[in-house]
Design a binder for this molecule. Structure first.
Ligand SMILES: Cc1cc2nc3c(=O)[nH]c(=O)nc-3n(C[C@H](O)[C@H](O)[C@H](O)COP(=O)(O)OP(=O)(O)OC[C@H]3O[C@@H](n4cnc5c(N)ncnc54)[C@H](O)[C@@H]3O)c2cc1C
Length: 429
């Protein structure tokens, strides 16, 4: 695995690098973790930050960033070392993703969909129950996916959402996989499918359902459907408020044949993961930790008169600015602390307290990032929200976090309230 990026990164020597969001010494990260996270931060700051405005303006997928992520080894960040990846654990990935999100929200969010394809089929699946034969078969299959990513830079996405209750975990996915000789025939529709038209494989969540059977969440399959398969189409336009570079259009599947080897998890394992490894759904949050940090960083620089491209006017001497900045710093530290603890606790069968903390962390990050960005705009003022500066993009991108299923801000509140008041199996009926 070569860890190098495109030539433009030579600019790194001339740039004053930002301090890490999580200082390795203060947060007790080891050298290997710190190395991977530093690679992400430097790539984000020196390369992705400069491209972010154009992807946002044109609602264009960050293809160039993906080439750089591949060159840096970061497409395989969570792929085990024996398969040629960097072998990062959940916590390392999450912090690296926050660093990417600090410089380009759309790249971090789409990279999350890609990385989860490897994190869930990798370290997460290793934590779950499988008999020896199933595990050996899974090992053989995932090696095929990992080779494509490490060697050829293949990009994977994760279309779950269908516009009904399935993505929130309420009912079985409406996208169906009918078993046939050598694989499945898939039919269905996914909305908000980030990386549509740009991923090489769509990691589709669907329900395996034989003729006459009733759909059940237990029969969820997780299949890497080749994007170029017959019967796959990308439809609809994409002109949203924020996260515009994610290109989250609609995917249609019409009688698409998917071979057995496409399975990213064996039968029953996705359902087991959703029940036993809840932090799998916290992985959308790192992007927004990065956006919260970015809004704060911008405000400090702006008030000091140090934002490139703006006049060197200082505004830091006003007490109201100082108080607002203090409020932002307190909010940022609250977000960082609960989130760091939650990502450190990711594992199979977490305690109830840890699950509640994961929901609380997701809520704090998704709502908090936008609160910080809102304060940043109010504090920096009119000139700071012009499209020539990144703050207004950070503000719009940060608004999207609490809409992400299955852990939207509303659903986190729902779950915390219910699960804190009721033990498993309890009811008032
Ligand atoms: C930028 C962006 C990128 C995205 N990328 C992807 C992607 O790559 N893959 C993917 O699968 N999805 C993706 N999504 C989709 C996202 O996860 C949601 O599915 C989508 O935002 C839901 O929109 P909706 O209007 O259909 O929500 P609805 O299902 O209509 O829900 C609306 C709101 O109601 C609440 N709600 C929903 N269900 C319940 C319930 N059972 N009980 C109580 N309240 C409920 C939630 O708070 C939700 O926000 C993306 C979304 C955005 C904004």
């Amino acid at each position: 695995m070569t860890v190098q990026v495109s030539k433009s990164v030579t600019a790194i020597d001339r740039i004053n690098l930002d301090a890490p969001i999580f200082d390795p010494g203060a947060f007790r990260l080891n050298d290997e973790q710190a190395g991977i996270i530093t690679t992400a931060r430097e790539l984000g700051q020196t390369v992705f930050a400069g491209r972010a405005a154009a992807y946002d303006r044109d609602a264009r997928f960050p293809t160039e960033n993906y080439r750089d992520l591949h060159r840096a080894g970061l497409l395989g960040i969570a792929i085990p070392k024996k398969h040629g990846g960097l072998g990062a654990d959940y916590q390392t990935y999450a912090i690296a993703a926050a660093e990417i999100g600090r410089y380009c929200g759309a790249t971090a969010l789409t990279w999350n969909m890609h990385v989860c394809s490897t994190l869930w089929s990798g370290p997460l699946a290793d934590d779950l129950d499988m008999d020896a034969t199933t595990r050996a078969e899974h090992e053989r299959r995932r090696a095929v996916h990992y080779k494509r990513i490490v060697e050829a830079g293949a990009i994977y996405s994760q279309p779950f959402s269908e516009g009904g209750a399935a993505a929130a975990g309420g009912v079985a996915f409406g996208t169906e996989a009918k078993p046939v000789k050598g694989g499945w025939i898939v039919n269905g529709k996914k909305i908000f499918a980030s990386l549509s038209g740009h991923a090489d494989y769509y990691g589709v969540l669907c329900t395996e359902i034989a003729e006459g059977e009733k759909a059940s969440r237990r029969n969820t399959l997780y299949l890497a459907l080749p994007a170029k398969s017959d019967g796959v189409s990308v439809v609809g336009d994409w002109d949203p408020l924020g996260m515009r570079g994610t290109v989250s259009r609609t995917l249609l599947f019409k009688d698409v044949f998917v071979a057995e080897d496409a399975a990213l998890m064996p039968r029953g394992v996705y359902f087991q993961a959703a029940m036993r490894w809840p932090h799998m759904f916290l992985t959308l949050s790192p992007t927004y930790v990065g956006l919260a940090q970015a809004a704060y960083d911008f405000t400090v620089r702006y008030l000091r008169g140090e934002v490139p491209g703006t006049p060197p006017v200082k505004r830091r001497m006003y007490p109201t600015k100082q108080i607002a900045l203090a409020q932002m710093q307190i909010k940022l530290e609250q977000i960082k602390t609960i989130w760091f603890q939650a990502v450190t606790e990711a594992r199979a069968n977490p305690a109830k307290e840890q699950v509640l903390r994961a929901y609380a962390a997701q809520y704090s990050v998704m709502e908090g990032a936008n609160e910080i960005a809102t304060l940043a705009i109010r504090t920096c003022g009119g000139q700071a929200m012009l499209k020539s500066l990144p703050l207004e993009r950070i503000y719009r991108d940060s608004r999207c976090g609490s809409l992400m299923l299955p852990w939207t801000a509303e659903l986190c509140l729902d779950r915390i309230g219910r699960e804190a008041l009721y033990e498993t199996g309890e009811s008032d009926d």
